[in-house]
Design a protein around this ligand. Structure first.
Ligand code: PNS
Length: 160
């Protein structure tokens, strides 16, 4: 049986912290689906198609693309995507107790809904402070986000 994991998120934009989780997931599973999920609670900076494209380029640039698929999901439950592609596992990066508190109810509900397990992955300490919201704020105020994002994202933000 193929072991398939889904790494979901807003990825607005993808950061080096996300890329670290994707890379480590790709080593553990036969297939990894990185899924850009529309989160109605957040004011998005980038359109979903742009976020998908930046993840695809970042994954390819990092040389971790062989078993990684990038997709988007904007209608219905995330576990429905998991069922569609035969994924047994969701992977979430956990930076702090705040993340644990936010993620725990979703993990329990996703297991009740579709028997999809959630695995929490600790980030490398070098990325523990990095978030998309921080990148959006620094970029909007004209600061340098190069240390926090893949090159494709850095170049895209420079151009826009
Ligand atoms: O990067 P984010 O914004 O922290 O990602 C949160 C996300 C998109 C992974 C989360 O909001 C999510 O899982 N949404 C899916 C909607 C869903 O299925 N909800 C019901 C069960 S939790």
């Amino acid at each position: 049986m193929n072991r398939i994991a889904v790494v979901p998120g807003s990825f607005d934009p993808v950061t080096l912290g996300h890329l670290d989780v994707i890379e480590r997931a790709a080593r553990l599973f036969d297939e990894v689906h990185v899924v850009v999920v529309h989160n109605p609670d957040k004011n998005a900076m980038l359109p979903i198609a742009q976020r998908v494209s930046l993840i695809e380029r970042s994954v390819a640039d990092a040389g971790i693309g062989a078993n990684v698929t990038v997709a988007s999901w904007s209608v219905g439950l995330l576990v429905d995507y998991c069922t569609d592609v035969g994924a047994q596992v969701l992977i979430k990066g956990i930076r702090s107790q705040v993340d644990v508190a936010y993620e725990t109810p979703m993990a329990i509900v996703n297991r009740h809904l579709a028997e999809v397990e959630t695995i929490f992955m600790l980030p490398d300490p070098s990325h523990a402070h990095v978030s998309s919201s921080l990148v959006r704020q620094v970029a909007a105020l004209g600061g340098d986000v190069e240390p926090y994002v893949p090159r494709a994202v850095y170049e895209y933000l420079q151009e826009t």
